[in-house]
Design a binder for this molecule. Structure first.
Ligand code: NAD
Length: 275
């Protein structure tokens, strides 16, 4: 089975660099999808209150026979649960749905800067970490400006920032900021949601050169950049394909070629506006 490396977060917690994301997996299909992912060797699951499928993740975990500490579990605070007390309650709800007494990573899903409460919410996450209800805490869809405000007003640097990141939108500036501040980069929609990115002729050439698929070339590019990824698929053969990226290495030139596909355009929403 594939050996996935761990990345050490800024509080010493180790996270598998490669996981399985369950965005848009329907609740009734989630248990089976996560079971299939476990069978394919995944030990890191990325869910969210917004995805409404935490119960399915919890059932798959309970029935897997895997020990709790063999699986790294992330969930995220829903946009309508910002605020100190609401965030504490929301995490309790997630733990109940997941059937666990702690998660490994709890994220603020979106900053909602116009609402202006992400600092207050972050203080709740600091409490959650202090009480051991999440082994680490982080954010998602934060820009440099949001991260700077957290740094100025609170005492804990997020362990991760989970952001839209793929070859069309490589986020060089934010990745540099993360590296300079000890924040791990998690890349969402790492293969561009399986859209036209994977039809790109440059990726087709590289895929042929390495005897891999375009998706594997892109996922390997993330791994070599040090990004944490959790591509989604409902198909077991693609789950196996996606995680099978630890037996080849892209040359420096080929890394540059993939990075050169950037268009500067997001697929997803603008973090200053969404939610
Ligand atoms: P993704 O880039 O992982 O693409 C998934 C889609 O690509 C699949 O639905 C399938 O259609 C296709 N696909 C999968 N494997 C393939 C293969 N080998 N070849 C060809 N096509 C393939 O997109 P995603 O699901 O949006 O992102 C992954 C995870 O990131 C999510 O499941 C979720 O956990 C997380 N995420 C987080 C946020 C956030 O705001 N924090 C937003 C979006 C996604």
């Amino acid at each position: 089975m594939t050996q996935v490396p761990n990345i050490r977060l800024n509080n010493g917690v180790e996270i598998p660099q490669f996981g399985f994301g369950v965005f848009q997996v329907p609740p009734e299909e989630t248990e089976q999808a996560v079971r299939d992912a476990f069978d394919a060797g995944y030990r890191h699951i990325d869910t969210a209150q917004m995805y409404q499928n935490e119960e399915g993740v919890g059932r798959a975990l309970a029935e897997s026979g895997l020990a709790r500490d063999e699986v790294f579990l992330t969930t995220k605070l829903n946009n309508d649960n910002h605020g100190h007390d609401a965030a504490l309650r929301a995490l309790d709800g997630s733990l109940t749905k997941l059937g666990v007494d702690h998660v490994d990573l709890f994220l603020i899903h979106w900053p909602r800067p116009k609402d202006g409460r992400y600092v207050e919410t972050w203080r709740a996450l600091e409490k959650i970490a202090a009480e051991g209800n999440s082994r680490s805490i982080g954010v998602s869809n934060f820009t440099v400006e949001h991260l700077e405000r957290l740094a100025a007003e609170t005492g804990t640097v997020p362990a991760v920032n989970q952001i839209e990141l793929h070859p069309r939108f490589p986020q060089d500036e934010l990745r540099r900021y993360h590296a300079d501040h000890g924040i791990a980069t998690e890349a969402w929609s790492p293969i561009g949601q399986g859209g036209d990115l994977l039809q790109d002729p440059t990726l087709a050439t590289l895929a042929e050169r390495y005897g891999k698929s375009p998706a594997q070339v892109v996922l390997r590019w993330h791994v070599q950049l040090g990004n944490i990824v959790f591509p989604k698929s409902s198909r077991p053969e693609r789950m196996r394909e996606n995680i099978d990226v630890f037996d080849f290495e892209l040359s420096d030139d080929d890394m540059q070629a993939v990075s050169g596909l950037g268009t500067g355009t997001r697929m997803g929403p603008d973090p200053d506006e969404f939610g």
